[in-house]
Design a protein around this ligand. Structure first.
Ligand code: XMP
Length: 516
């Protein structure tokens, strides 16, 4: 079995980044909340090493989180980060003090001695930038530990018991603001814990295919295809695993971008030869959306109809007991709750939420161990075209939530044209991959303009482009002015019915990414 590292989560905002850095080092790892682990679970997980995450609590208070004591008796290397360092120190006989010396943000540490953790990265006397975010600090080390780096406000900025292979860092090696952090985590995973580094997408693909075959046997699987990255990767992976036992269903709600429906059919049915039902339900959706202006009612209307159509198409196929979904790892990580047991926050897929229960099917979720960027690597491994793999996220309700007010076919057509010009310019400028999402919004406003010798009274549109890492927060993308000018000119020249273009410079929060 592949070497695995266990990450014990104490509720830090950036625990997922630890996992990503470890996986980038070629080592498989999983995140589990501290209070969902006991010694038996630790044993059965059989980690090659354990990382204790940061967290918002204070070790100096009673009833705050502790690592299961088994962490320190498994005989495997342990790395404590921030809160993880503090609880490790406290649990092994050291002391932690509530800080008058808080450190938030950039700090400089001074390396005191060589250490396996710093091997090939830092040496004695080096001054290095790191990211700190702590109020408490370790004030007395447990037996066997020594200081390997200090900072102005954290005399124990990095500590080590090289014999037991226990390490603690007060700073956060997992964030980008600690420029050498990824290398330190790599040292821990590959050199200190001696993990092979065989977590590659090639290896994952082979294992996933074997697992799918084992789970499905001779059964039939239905997969909802949307044209997005996740469902596309699931479909191609399943097809490699079980061939025509897979049946894809593409519910086309008519709210997609220009030519997108046709592209999905071309790629999956014609290129990959995947059995695909293209359920063109645009009339149904438009009818149901007639006169609907409330964003939430729009979403619910679309969501419900989507399930109805999907279910009806699946019934026609008959005989399938499995439903494939593109659930990702961030959707299944249990989050830490300080108020009770571990709270399980499994989000249902936006677009097909509720489907599995209603259809009474068994789930096939081959991506549930992967982060989004890993899904993209897997997509490339499977030979999916680059522009499909790098695609921006697209919301399930599609263009309906980019047309404030009621939806009509004419408005959709107009928006599609604007959107196509905008994206074309972004791609020509080589900016597509720098942007998390870019799209146009059709505003329910008519404004006066002048074109040639005539007065116009046409619609206005807004352009949006944001950068983000997870869609939870976002910044507007700072396009050069001449780029915006060029796009506006093209839209007004090429899209009859639009005479004004605006650019949305709201970040999230306080705005949201979508307009509805
Ligand atoms: P907001 O607008 O909430 O969007 O800042 C955050 C991310 O979620 C996407 N989004 C949706 N995706 N169904 C989806 O599948 C939805 O109803 C939905 N609403 C927003 C949005 O595109 C962005 O990536």
């Amino acid at each position: 079995m592949t070497d695995r590292i266990l990450i014990v989560d104490f509720g830090s905002q950036v625990t997922q980044l630890i996992a990503r850095r470890v996986r980038e080092a070629g080592v498989y790892c999983e995140i589990h909340p501290f209070n969902a682990l006991d010694d038996a679970k630790l044993k059965s997980f059989d980690p090659r090493a354990i990382i204790l995450s940061g967290g918002p609590a204070s070790v100096t208070e009673t009833h705050t989180p502790r690592a299961p004591q088994g962490v320190f008796t498994q005989g495997v290397p342990v790395l404590g980060i921030c809160y993880g360092e503090q609880t490790m120190a406290a649990q092994l006989g050291g002391a932690v003090e509530s800080g008058h010396h808080r450190e938030f943000g950039r700090a400089t540490i001074e390396v005191k001695t060589d250490s396996a953790l710093f091997d090939g990265v830092w040496g004695p006397g080096d001054h290095k930038p790191v990211w700190m975010s702590h109020g408490d600090r370790v004030t007395r080390l447990p037996d066997g530990f020594k200081v390997i780096a200090t900072s102005e406000n954290a005399p124990f900025a990095a500590v080590a018991d090289e014999a037991r292979k226990f390490y603690g860092v007060q700073f956060h090696p997992e964030v980008m603001h600690t420029p050498d952090g990824a290398k330190l985590l790599r040292n821990f995973a590959r050199k200190i814990a001696s993990c092979e580094g065989d977590w590659t997408m090639g290896a994952f693909k082979a294992r996933a295919i074997a697992d799918i075959r084992k789970q499905v046997g001779k059964g039939r699987v239905i997969c909802g295809l949307s044209g997005g990255v996740d469902s596309s990767v699931v479909a191609v992976l399943l097809h490699e695993a079980i061939g025509d036992q897979l049946q894809c269903v593409f519910v086309d709600h008519g709210l997609l971008r220009l030519d997108e429906g046709a592209e999905v059919v071309r790629l999956f049915r014609d290129h990959y030869n995947i059995p695909l039902i293209h359920a063109d339900a645009s009339d149904l959706f438009l009818d149901a959306l007639k006169g609907v202006t409330d964003p939430e009612v729009k979403r619910k209307t679309i969501g419900k109809l989507f399930i109805d159509v999907f279910e009806a198409e699946s019934k026609k196929i008959g005989g399938a007991e499995f439903l494939a979904q593109g659930t990702l790892y961030p959707d299944v990580i249990e989050s830490v709750s300080f108020t009770g047991g571990p709270s399980v926050t499994i989000k249902s897929h936006h677009n097909v939420g509720g489907l599995p229960a209603r259809m009474n099917m068994k789930l096939v979720e081959p991506l549930r161990e992967l982060f989004k960027d890993e899904v993209r690597v897997l997509g490339r491994e499977l030979g999916l075209p680059q522009d499909m793999v790098n695609r921006h996220p697209f919301p399930g309700p599609g263009l309906a939530i980019r047309i404030p007010g009621d939806i009509t076919r004419e408005k959709l057509d107009l928006l599609r044209k604007v959107d196509a010009v905008y994206l074309d310019e972004i791609k020509r400028a080589g900016l597509y991959d720098e942007i998390w999402q870019a799209f146009a919004v059709l505003l329910p406003v008519r404004t006066v303009g002048v074109m040639g010798d005539g007065r116009t009274y046409d619609q206005a549109c807004a352009l949006r482009a944001v950068t983000s890492t997870d869609g939870m927060t976002a910044d507007y993308y700072p396009f050069p002015h001449e780029f915006l000018g060029r796009v506006a000119t093209r839209i007004i020249n090429e899209v009859r019915g639009i005479n004004r273009v605006t650019y949305d410079i709201t970040s999230k929060p306080p705005g949201t990414i979508e307009w509805e």
